[in-house]
Design a binder for this molecule. Structure first.
Ligand SMILES: [Zn+2]
Ligand SMILES: [Zn+2]
Length: 257
């Protein structure tokens, strides 16, 4: 009989996978909420985050690489952020030196914008605790789409919203009413101009609002959406951070000079 694999976290077992962006955001949020006096390994706050992260792993990791974030690991990750914290290092202390590269990126993106960090963390937590549409983040990752700065789970919710048939139809109807055509906001491409009536109605809809505002409790207005051709839309989401419609438009203009 084959031996059962060792559980992750026990000696000799495979290492836990690297911390994901979503997990790092939640760990930074916990750290900054208790910056002066971080909670201990055995505190309720650290245990709560450990349990949230294990749920997150089950929701998002479909490649069978189960994560196991025990309270000791959560505590250590939270304390890893100290090495970037000027209120700590100013006293001549250095914090833990080891950590993953994305920790510094997450610190730079969110540490000086506590409101955004709080909102993004709450949005991620809201997805995990099942208050949003669970099917949204069980979808496969799409090739060519980079995860947003805000992590994987919000990226999946976001992409699902972009493809919501009802919203897409509303935006197209409004554009047709206003201008009589469906043209790309970045490059002006119009499928009917290029291919004739067989291409009628073809255009992508792109959300321009921050990801965390797409979860429950926020309404999307048609003014937060842009029409994009498939090519420009792909370019928007192909790098991290995602590009704005204006940036994609500028890239094209620069190439044509
Ligand atoms: Zn375009
Ligand atoms: Zn988009």
């Amino acid at each position: 009989m084959a031996k059962a694999p060792k559980a992750i976290g026990t000696p000799g077992a495979p290492r836990n996978p690297a911390w994901t962006r979503d997990e790092l955001i939640l760990a930074l949020d916990l750290y900054l909420r208790h910056r002066v006096s971080p909670p201990s390994k055995n505190s309720a706050a650290v245990k709560e985050l450990s349990s949230i992260l294990n749920e997150l792993g089950r929701a998002v990791q479909l490649d069978d690489k189960r994560t196991f974030r025990n309270p000791a690991g959560v505590y250590m990750k939270m304390m890893n952020f100290r090495r970037f914290d000027p209120t700590y290092t100013a006293q001549g202390r250095v914090g833990l030196r080891r950590g993953n590269r994305d920790e510094g990126v997450v610190w730079r993106l969110f540490a000086n914008d506590p409101q955004r960090l709080t909102e993004v963390s709450q949005a991620i937590r809201g997805c995990i605790s099942g208050r949003d549409d669970a099917s949204a983040y069980l979808a496969e990752d799409e090739p060519g789409i980079q995860d947003a700065e805000e992590g994987r789970i919000l990226t999946r919710v976001y992409r699902q919203r972009e493809r919501s048939r009802k919203l897409v139809e509303q935006v197209k109807a409004m554009a047709l009413k206003q201008s009589g055509r469906l043209a790309c906001a970045a490059c002006g491409f119009d499928f009917i101009d290029a291919y004739g009536p067989s291409a009628s109605g073809i255009i992508d809809v792109h959300h321009t609002k921050p990801l965390h505002t797409l979860v429950e409790g926020h309404r999307t207005s048609v003014h937060d959406l842009a029409l994009l051709c498939a090519n420009c839309h792909r370019v928007v989401h192909a790098s991290r951070p995602w590009l704005s419609v204006e940036e994609v438009s500028a890239l094209r203009t620069a190439r044509r000079k």
